[in-house]
Write a protein that binds this ligand. Sequence first.
Ligand SMILES: Cc1cc2nc3c(=O)[nH]c(=O)nc-3n(C[C@H](O)[C@H](O)[C@H](O)COP(=O)(O)OP(=O)(O)OC[C@H]3O[C@@H](n4cnc5c(N)ncnc54)[C@H](O)[C@@H]3O)c2cc1C
Length: 486
Amino acid sequence: MPPSPFKIPENFAPRLAVIGGGISGLAAAHHCKELAPHASLSLLEASDRLGGVLGTTARDGFLIERSADMFTTREPWALELCQRLGIAEDLLPTNDALRRAFVLHRGELLPVPEGFTLMSPTKIGAILQTPLLSWRGKLRLASEYLRRPKRDNADESLESFVVRRFGREAFERLIQPLVGGIYTADPAKLSLLATMPQFLRMEREHGSVIRGTLRQNRAAKNKETASGARYGQFVAPRGGMQMLVDALAASLPEDCVRLRAPVERLAPQMDGSWLVQVSGQPTEAYDGVVLAVKSPLAARLLMATSPALASDLAHIEYAGAALVILGVRKAHIARPIDGFGFVVPAIEQRRILAASFASNKFPGRAPEDGALLRVFVGGALQPELLQHSDDELRTLVCEELADLIGLAGAPMFCEVVRWPDAMPQYHVGHLQIVAAIDQRASHLPNFALAGHAYRGVGIPFCVRSGEQAARHVLEQLAARVADTVG
Ligand SMILES: Cc1cc2nc3c(=O)[nH]c(=O)nc-3n(C[C@H](O)[C@H](O)[C@H](O)COP(=O)(O)OP(=O)(O)OC[C@H]3O[C@@H](n4cnc5c(N)ncnc54)[C@H](O)[C@@H]3O)c2cc1C
């Protein structure tokens, strides 16, 4: 959304509805209050709690995250929000000593080569030494440096790009599990332009990803030696994500949050205001609306208002996953890994996508003699696994962990958190769909969309989308006031 020339006047007091109390909606509501402290704000949330997928519980000395357990500070919006909320002091960096990831290779967990982040190798020596790739695979990967670039800026799937640049072996053994896992996506469909445009840019501008990475690192004098995901840039609130949710909730006026308030109808009026109907309650009028729910629901709510916009919104697909969370005794792990977790290449044909050793990442996540493991199952490539019952999921995860890390004995607890249709899939062409959505939504008065479906699934992107949506609606309203006065 381009910045508007209209200033939001002091004492501006429009009636605003933010629909959806996940991190995107919370960030939108908080920013509305920052920009227009006198606004009369309603945050309408369907469930009986705020936070959406985010949430933390404590149990037997463990601190358990229901979904996200950290966020990146490379994109600054979540960090900046924490600073403004006064909780930045409580952000913990990841544990320096164990900052590495493993990848399953023919049944064995091997470290990701040092200096290899997402898909950019910075230490050729480490690549040459890794047993993860054959000599042919290593040479093919290293030859990326010299490979002729594709100069256009067309979108491409992760699989197509990586196989073209680094070869199939590097894709199957290293990059598919490392990158595909982040989005629980099908790499043959995942849009590189929408998720990691920097790699397309490096190819275009430097002729090669390796060359671009080396130049960038030299310029930035980047001393980080972590491998796998870019763990050095990740943080988590000391008390878990719930701390961020609680701080946002506390920043809002008492009467503004309405739980168990599922919005079922939304209609713009001739004067630019909106009628909002919460299930079982009388219709209410608002001057502006931020809609911060998943895109299929946004499509349903906007169907009568703009069928074309609804149709574009419905184009964004979702995938589901289950998170099986285990509290175990350290003594029960025969082959513990000294890292943050491991990823499982699809080619290994296992029943888990990845396992995160949450208690290795941050302090205070498990008692002294315990370890907290979070195992991901399902995703776009194995949706059938979500048909299993909770007991079956527990059993299959324990079997896989017994085999891979020698987990023995009964866990202290094992919780299954299901996330059906919770992960938006940014398929090739996603940015075009989002541009069409933006264009159509811009015709609706005093209205904006926010959420993980559009320009980033991570928490910082959700925060940015909520804040931009809040500003957009307030600026539109301010422009109208300026017009009327003028
Ligand atoms: C398992 C998992 C692990 C993740 N790990 C990470 C991670 O480590 N780091 C990271 O940065 N990101 C991670 N993410 C992504 C990130 O957590 C999400 O993208 C983000 O929290 C989504 O926030 P949101 O507000 O857009 O959507 P949601 O959290 O889905 O919130 C939408 C809200 O709208 C409400 N709602 C629905 N219908 C209505 C209605 N009719 N009326 C009113 N309200 C309604 C819902 O109840 C919900 O509260 C993870 C996600 C998952 C699922």
